[in-house]
Design a protein around this ligand. Sequence first.
Ligand code: GFP
Length: 838
Amino acid sequence: MKSSTKDTESILTREETRTGLGPETLKRAILNHLFYNQGKFPEIATRNDYYMAMSFAVRDRLLQRWVASVKKYLNADQKIVSYLSAEYLLGPHLANNLINLGIYENMEKASNSLGMNLDWLIAKEQEPGLGNGGLGRLAACYMDSLATLEIPAIGYGIRYQFGIFEQDIKDGWQIEDTDNWLRRGNPWEIAKRELGYDVKLGGYVQHYTDINGKFKANWIPGMIVKGIAYDTPILGYRVNTCNTLRLWKSEAPKSFDFQTFNQGLYSGAVSDKTVCENISKVLYPNDEQREGKILRLQQQYFFVSCSLQDMIAIHLSQGGKIERFYDKFVVQLNDTHPAIGVAEMMRLLVDVYEVEWDLAWDITKKSFAYTNHTLLPEALETWDQDLFQSVLPRHLEIIQEINRRFLDEVTIRTYGDQDLISSLSIISDGPWKKIRMANLACAGSFAINGVAALHSELLKKTVLKDWYQLWPEKFSNKTNGVTPRRWMVLSNPKLSSLISSKIGEGWIKNLDELTGLEQYADDPSFQQEWMVVKHEMKKDLAKRILQRTKIKVDPSSIFDVHVKRIHEYKRQHLNILHVIALYNRIKQNPDAEVVPRTFIFAGKAAPGYHLAKLMIKLITSVADVVNQDPIVKDRIKVVFYPNYNVTNAQRIYPAADVSEQISTAGKEASGTGNMKLSMNGALTIGTLDGANVEIRDCVGAENFFLFGLTEEEVQQKKSEGYNPFDYYMANPELKLAIDQINSGYFSHMNGSVFKDLINSLLYHDQYLVLADFESYVAEQERVAEAYKDKQRWAKMSILNAARMGKFSSDRSIKDYCDDIWKVGPSPVELVDFHQKTQ
Ligand code: GFP
């Protein structure tokens, strides 16, 4: 039936209300949601109600783009990138979506006209902390870049009910609190209750021969868990592409057992529900002892199985053939957490789709690619074989078979070299066999990459040396990157406007255009504008520091920022030893000239990582003494800013003058905070580690404060028999600092508090803190000296930002697309769905 003009008009009005971007329409949409979703009206609505209503209004606008994108991707010829990651550290959505949609100002007007301040509402959002640190945040930056580059992609992961814990500081110690981020609802996700997959766990395997004489395996599970899809639309910057982040929630297939209930076993009737729901309940912290964590293996398998079943279902539903799975999907393993996917893919192909083993292995190897994020051998995941078998009995058989065939191949290629065979084996030798997940990932992937040039080189020389020897063609480097949308436009709007006023807005999508700023680096008036913005951001942070910690800091002092997970290899203790040395210099010579400096630390320590927690206590204890000592006269201040997360990072980066990237050379795979800080005009003091090396190459050695042993020197020192005690004895400043900590100078004369940390430094010091101390302190003097020359500093700061083009995650994603995924942009056109359905 043909629709009348009047009908068309009302459809358009309806469409405008749902998806229009003007201030008036936005205001109406918020009021509608307030009423129809929250059952509230303005007189009684809280800020949180407004936040929810606004988010729903924004989500409506995403959905139009999302549905169009999904429709396009369902096209049989469209290849899709599937990113498998156990962590996504997304950060708050609202402001980011406003920026990507291009409606920030309009929304500001809409909220003002409702008597609301947009900043208040943005601050209401509980960020989804579904990750520990760099790896999870990288996944979030990559989702943003994939959408911005119009690459069809799905991110798969776990919808943890509790994300990374919230950190508080009590008496100087870290206290962990549960992160109940879903408490007030999550307006950004869409529950797909009808979209679920069964996942088997435990039990045993039966073997039989079918009527055709084929050997078959039947996995009888101990329990079945259902994975339910929760989708979050991820919109690109100023494009229609809106990709999907699909997170799985675990549930019991049936939540209540009536038979058990009728027998009077009330709690038993819901116990299945509890056991199943536990799987997606909580994110595991990094650096915890992983041994024996059955639940963690269950988690990994759970989300990988749901995701692969989902991909296969999508592929088959479009008439795809299972043998050509890799034409539809390329599956990127974000570290080894999803590496069980290699075995699960084989199980699905062989057991469920009855594909012959050799063909199944060929399909698998053409589908997966693996990114390694760490060189620390202790961080490479392994599973005790018995534990593994109790959770995944069929996968153990499959891995044994993969390994048997794989080692046959290795034996031929290496003429039976036993050392190579045992190093490449997926299952370790010896009485306590372990499943090595990195080996499974390497064997089952067509591509393996590291995350910075140095890291990729070291992978080839150390942890994956033998793999490189046999399959050099699989290896490449993909240096990490970060999204300038969140880390500049959203976190530092003033600096972004200043940049755009000079070189236009093109840099937001093409970060290389920042080089246009170089021509202004010597211009005194631009330098001044640049430093005024920096000062404003420092004032903002100073206010927050005062609110949060009661410590008053001076915005004209150097803001020296060390923010990242707390870990011995990241060497927050090296920084604090320098602070103590500086403090002692002032004590010894109160009138000495000191360039005022505020040392700002932030970061979480894994709850079970004793020495990391002690490092926090040391920082806060030194802060207590230094900040209150009248002789210091506020020239140095030490702050530990609690609960480091994306929201707080957004506040800290823009205010930084100095970026501390001081890990032991060869230990930090890449780092991404180093990139975010430089983009915001901070100058790095750092070692030649991770991406620092490339950052220094780009910004120029003269704009970077370098210190410390190189990776090769570290190795050499260790092989010569490094003795930290010699360094302690040889350097009076270092000795005094350590003696003070040891004597209880910073801990109310209780010397035992830091005993473990000090013993570790004096007698082991595996991260060479003491060896690097002297050169660190010397370089810090150069930092202070440089800061005195305001013009020189401004120029260095501008050049740092101007030369960061390479470190956009858009560049990283392009590299992955060109070299590994072989997927190109696929722009999405908007469709008027209301018109279509008439
Ligand atoms: C890890 C590495 C970092 C690297 C990120 C992303 O971070 O060097 O930058 O992954 O590749 F250690 P965490 O998850 O360990 O913080």
